[in-house]
Write a protein that binds this ligand. Structure first.
Ligand code: PLP
Length: 360
């Protein structure tokens, strides 16, 4: 068996311990004679898996009792529709557009109400986070929306926007469980798990109970109503059982490492190794303003598209996979999620140094 260093933005690297455990349990999950993939979602065995996953997530993120945790499907992209459908009472929402995912969420929300783009960083290719201390928040806005960590551009909100009392809603797909987060500052948090938490096919929605409504417009599909999902313990229909099981394992892995403070320290250490090198290199440059740099996604360029392509190709041959930047921005991007070991980043930097010497 030979494993690469996988810098994919998502689906992405998972902890080897977790994969091995899943492998051990594949044929016979804890003596029940079948795989979790083959198990009824109505069985006591699966109920225990989902209950434990939720309990561990609540403990890790310190989620208060008045928030529901929902395991749903359809990608973060389907939540771009579910959020306005469920949260718009006045039919108004304010969006802060800091990248492609926020832009898509904004476009989708427009189908359901009056949606305002109250700030954007598109003027400089989303390389920064706009000042959100005093934005023109709409008086009747049902919520203010952000994408917390911008997976493609490599920026993150270090400071939350001043929403002037409106509910804050955040897409945390690519920074889920990467560091502590104060859940009480948000009305709703959502994220696809395939960046930092598990396999694709599961989204987690954490929503304050009083925002879950019964009086939704008739057009809202039953499956997209948070009320449906909450009332049925995420099992109105068959949930993504195996994915939830894998997420549960990752939650335990993080707990065993010391929780989100430990995760943050681990992620800061890794990011510093890469950013320090980028700041000292004559060939490679980070593309984001320093004060908004993400711990998770690190885009960089050489300034020469041919040299970028050569780098990606040679890196791949040396066992560093998925370093090509997003198709909309080019260059390179190293996603260094929770499960990327420090030595993966150290070896990548050593490889970049060697490449720089050879191609100077
Ligand atoms: C990947 C990603 C998405 C899209 O997720 P899907 O599960 O493919 O719909 C949305 N938001 C962010 C921040 C992402 O990183």
């Amino acid at each position: 068996m030979s494993r690469v260093y996988n810098f994919s933005a998502g689906p992405a690297v998972l902890p080897e311990e977790v994969l091995k455990e899943a492998q051990e349990e594949m044929m016979d999950y804890r003596g029940c004679g079948m795989s979790v993939m083959e198990m009824s979602h109505r069985s006591a065995m699966f109920q225990q898996i989902i209950d434990e996953a939720e309990a561990d997530l609540r403990e890790l993120m310190n989620i208060p009792d008045n928030y529901k945790v929902l395991f749903v499907q359809g990608g973060a992209a389907l939540q771009f529709a579910a959020i306005p459908m469920n949260l718009m009472k006045n039919g108004v929402a304010d969006y802060i557009v800091t990248g492609l995912w926020a832009k898509k969420a904004f476009a989708e929300a427009k189908k359901y109400g009056k949606v305002n783009k109250i700030a954007t960083s598109e003027d400089e290719t989303f390389s920064y986070i706009p000042d959100c201390s005093d934005l023109p928040i709409s008086e009747d806005a049902d919520y203010v929306y952000i994408c917390m960590n911008n997976t493609i551009y490599g920026t993150v909100f270090h400071e939350l926007p001043n929403t002037k009392g409106k509910e804050l809603v955040a897409d945390i797909s690519s920074c889920f469980l990467s560091e502590p987060l104060d859940v009480t500052k948000f009305g709703l948090l959502m994220g696809g798990v395939q960046k930092n938490v598990g396999p694709s096919g599961v989204q987690i929605v954490i929503v304050r109970e009083d925002l879950i409504r019964e009086d939704l417009p008739d057009y809202v599909p039953t499956m997209l109503s948070y009320k449906t999902q909450a009332d049925n313990g995420s099992m109105y229909n068959t949930p993504p059982c195996y994915g939830i099981y894998m997420c549960g394992k990752v939650f335990k892995w993080i707990k065993n490492l010391g929780g989100l403070e430990a995760m943050k320290a681990h992620n800061e250490k890794k990011a510093a190794i890469l950013y320090d090198f980028l700041d000292s290199s004559k060939m490679f440059k980070g593309t984001v303003r320093k004060e908004y740099r993400s711990l998770m996604n690190v885009p960089f360029v050489t300034g020469d598209a041919d040299l970028d392509a050569k780098f990606v190709k040679e890196a791949k041959a040396a066992g560093f996979e998925n370093l090509k930047g997003h198709r909309t921005v080019g260059g390179m991007r190293a996603s260094i999620y929770n499960a990327m070991p420090i030595e993966g980043v150290e070896k990548l930097v050593a490889f970049m140094k060697k490449f720089e010497e050879e191609n100077a």
